[in-house]
Design a protein around this ligand. Structure first.
Ligand code: IDP
Length: 139
């Protein structure tokens, strides 16, 4: 079964949206395998957003992600990578449809409540970063 990495970002946690977000994926029928609340280190934040390293907003992105606790999660279900991206909605507020998480709860590009892996390969990479210490405990 396909797995993905979903994360309630610091703004989502501060705004009290953890329950709302978890509910949407539970109601969809997906399975929550792993969850942890953590304030990310700069190292983890930079690894997570490595593909954006050269972008002008990279510094701001890392600063935001490390600004407070996030909820990091592993979810599982049929075609969950693509479907969860539909449920999350587009990155640009103007494109995020009502009914999606960002369409309903986010009004800016930089603070947009939730992250979801954009491919199966990204999901594997991100789950390895965020749940590395769990993996090393069991290995
Ligand atoms: P995604 O989160 O929808 O997958 P990405 O393009 O991977 O979008 O960008 C990662 C995150 O970086 C976005 O969620 C958003 O918070 C932030 N971001 C993307 N583009 C910009 C930008 O042009 N200015 C500021 N922040 C941005």
């Amino acid at each position: 079964m396909e797995k993905t990495f979903l994360m309630v970002k610091p703004d989502g946690v501060k705004r009290g949206l953890i329950g709302e977000i978890v509910s949407r994926f539970e109601n969809k029928g997906y399975t929550l395998n792993r969850l942890k609340m953590v304030t990310p280190s700069v190292e983890v934040a930079e690894a997570h957003y490595a593909e954006h390293k050269e972008k002008p907003f990279f510094g701001e992105l890392v600063e935001f992600l490390t600004s407070g606790p996030v909820v990091a999660m592993e979810w599982e279900g049929e075609d969950i990578v693509a479907v969860s991206r539909l449920m999350i909605g587009k990155t640009k507020p103007l494109d995020a449809q009502p009914g999606t998480i960002r369409g309903d709860f986010a009004s800016t590009m930089s603070q947009n409540v939730i992250h979801g892996s954009d491919s199966v390969a990204s999901a594997e990479r991100e789950l390895a970063i965020w749940f590395a210490e769990i993996a090393s405990h069991v290995s």
